[in-house]
Design a protein around this ligand. Sequence first.
Ligand code: ATP
Ligand code: MG
Length: 263
Amino acid sequence: MAKIFCVANQKGGVGKTTTTVNLAAGLAQVGQRVLMVDLDPQGNATMSSGIDKRELFLSIYDVLLESASISEARVRSQWTDDKRGAATYDVVGANRDLAGAEVELVDVERREARLKAALAAVDAEYDFILIDCPPSLSMLTLNGLCSAHGVVVPMQCEYFALEGLTDLVNTIKQVHANLNKELKIIALLRVMFDPRITLQMQVSDQLKAHFGNKVFDTVIPRNVRLAEAPSYGLPGVVFDASAKGSQAYVDFARELVQRAPTL
Ligand code: ATP
Ligand code: MG
């Protein structure tokens, strides 16, 4: 049985996709069998895994519309020749087609449970399934939350971060109460962190005071190599394994493997 985590935060540009692809690559590197699902019409997680979103034969859109299974739609992450030795993971990609799914499924009963049903068929083939959510609390994100055991919430330690977190935590509570009893865990991951900035340290302390051990020990620093990697179609962990940010994501992968059974 795979542990299923969705990476969500309704705020845009907080590091969801960077976290999803680097966690996928980090988990693969430490020997885990990983499936990554791109649930964002922007398709950034797809592109960052070396797969051209414009050339997808089947995507998560087809899965949500039940015209394809996960086994049919998945492809393997694809690295440039010089990175061929790096561990890979499976990907169900996304592109702009997915933006239409919300409208097309509007009259469908239990449309928020489509992804969960599709994942059940491949659950036994993986140790971890990671879902990259779009920056909204839409039907797509709801599909992610309904499928998962846990939510990884990447956040920047800024003044308004805590406010946004309240909305997300309330949504998670509602999903838990009404749609998915298995959704229990939240993992708060501090990203783009700069300890020299006093405000970031203060917000980080507030987070720990309020959320306790839900805040992961691993902290992801601000690191330009993580930002450069997507333009090569690679996760940072594969692009430059020695970069501080890449090492931090591998540490996070290890922490998640270690904590997953007790979470
Ligand atoms: P969206 O809400 O649009 O889906 P997102 O939450 O998925 O965005 P990302 O795309 O992962 O966010 O990151 C936003 C930008 O910040 C990207 O340009 C990414 O390369 C950069 N970035 C993410 N994490 C880091 C980091 N630790 N250090 C430096 N840059 C980072
Ligand atoms: Mg994203």
